[in-house]
Design a binder for this molecule. Structure first.
Ligand code: NIG
Ligand code: FE
Length: 424
């Protein structure tokens, strides 16, 4: 008998998502190859998984002082939310109510609302308040089973406020169980004071913001919103090239409302991921598959903006892409921290299978934010980041639409959510 620190026993299923050698699961065959160990168990030592198998096998091989009896619950890798905008000072429920009465999202933005309204409030906020707000949002994500999150700036839109936003993410994550990967999104929209002078704003991003972000090690990725009303392909390319030169890999918000060539830009620039792709054409999808860019689909944003466009997940998967799903948590188009809901929308709106959506919120999501070595699967030698859900199979995650099924969350083998509540 070998000794472990913790044994997790009696799981109806342990879903490891550990097949195949590559970082992400590409195409329908790999994304559907989800294997569940019945009556499963996991042994953990020093925060890492040291063995996985059936409860019987584990009880014969390991003893441990601490045990968690799952009593028919399901264990999965902790979820990874690969696309969020958590740094904003206040909600936009007023704009939501206007849209419910027929106002249009892009028209509100063009009239100085939307992202501009969030920028005004975020610039006026104190650093400590921003940090507290981000921390509260991370708390909510963790309660919903998210153990790692990609978090963008993008509501500052000035050097001072963009840097403050990235620092707020860093401070909020510093003593928080959640892992946060920071992305600089100074190129979210051209701010109001640069209206008519967009070239000067792109210059500011390239010459001032990006060098400050890089020298302060404030972000791992640089994102650009390529869309009518935001940035052009040419501007996006210039910003991403400058980012690369400073060691930041690219991400692109592309084709949310129309195909503007953003996906092809992401492929050309070898971006790590491309976001939304609601309106991308077949050639753009093939380019993404060839360049191995991970499409991060955001069905809750498609739903919340009225389903004018919905990403073609089936075509992306058939093209051989490794598709991920994320919440796009933000005050305008997706005010939800619940990745389980997003998984459900993946099935109902995007026609993905339950296996595909589980892969899309774990392993493929980890690959979309450079966390493939530490997150997204349960395997010997990896940190024990786990979620235990109150259901007898992983299919319940998409099936129970919008319900938070999380019972416990473990980060590096430590219980951080117990009975659905944060442990202090
Ligand atoms: O991903 N598309 C751009 N940005 C966000 C929405 C921003 C907002 O409305 O505040 C998105 O949907
Ligand atoms: Fe977004």
């Amino acid at each position: 008998m070998k000794s472990a620190d913790l044994l997790i026993l009696g799981a109806a299923q342990v879903v490891t998502l550990d097949g195949g050698g590559e970082a992400a699961c590409r195409g329908a065959d790999e994304m559907n190859a989800v294997h569940a160990i019945a009556d499963g168990a996991i042994a953990i030592r020093r925060g890492k998984v040291v063995d996985v198998g059936s409860t019987n096998e584990m009880l014969h091989r390991w003893h441990a002082l601490q045990r968690i009896h799952c009593r028919g619950r399901t264990v999965l890798p902790g979820f990874v939310d690969a696309h969020t905008h958590p740094v904003f000072a206040r909600g936009r429920e007023d704009e939501f109510a206007m849209r419910c009465r027929g106002a249009d999202y892009e028209a509100i933005l063009a009239a100085g609302g939307g992202i501009h309204a969030s920028a005004r409030a975020t610039r006026a906020a104190r650093q400590g308040d921003l940090t507290r707000l981000v921390r509260e949002r991370f708390d909510s994500m963790l309660r919903h089973g998210t153990v790692a999150v990609e978090a963008k700036s993008g509501y500052g839109l000035s050097t001072r406020s963009e840097l403050a936003s990235l620092r707020a993410i860093r401070s909020a994550a510093a003593r928080h169980p959640i892992t946060a990967v920071r992305t600089f999104l100074g190129a979210h929209v051209v701010p109001e004071e640069y209206s008519g002078r967009r070239r000067a704003y792109v210059d500011l991003i390239v010459n001032e913001m990006l060098p400050r972000v890089a020298s302060g090690r404030l972000a791992k990725f640089c994102d650009v919103f390529v869309e009518q009303g935001a940035f052009t392909v040419r501007e996006g390319g210039r910003i991403l090239r400058a980012a690369h030169a400073l060691g930041l890999r690219g991400k692109v918000h592309a084709d949310q409302f129309r195909d503007g060539g953003g996906a092809r830009l992401a492929a050309r620039m070898r971006a790590v991921s491309v976001e939304h792709v609601d309106a991308t054409d077949a050639a753009g999808m093939r380019a993404l598959a060839r360049a191995r860019v991970v499409p991060v689909l955001l069905p809750s944003a498609s739903l919340f903006t009225g389903l004018t466009h919905v990403p073609n997940a089936r075509a992306l998967i058939e093209a051989g892409c490794a598709v991920a799903l994320a919440t796009d948590f933000n005050p305008g188009t997706s005010p939800t921290e619940n990745l389980q809901l997003v998984a459900s929308l993946g099935c109902s709106l995007l026609k993905m299978t339950p296996e595909e959506v589980i892969v899309a919120i774990t392993r493929n999501a980890a690959a979309a934010c450079g966390l493939e070595d530490s997150h997204g699967r349960i395997a010997i030698g990896r940190p024990a980041h786990l979620v235990i859900i109150d259901a007898p199979s992983y299919v319940h995650i998409p099936y129970r639409m919008g319900t938070n099924l999380v019972h416990q969350v473990l980060v590096s083998g430590r219980v951080v959510v117990e009975d659905g509540r944060l442990k202090d």
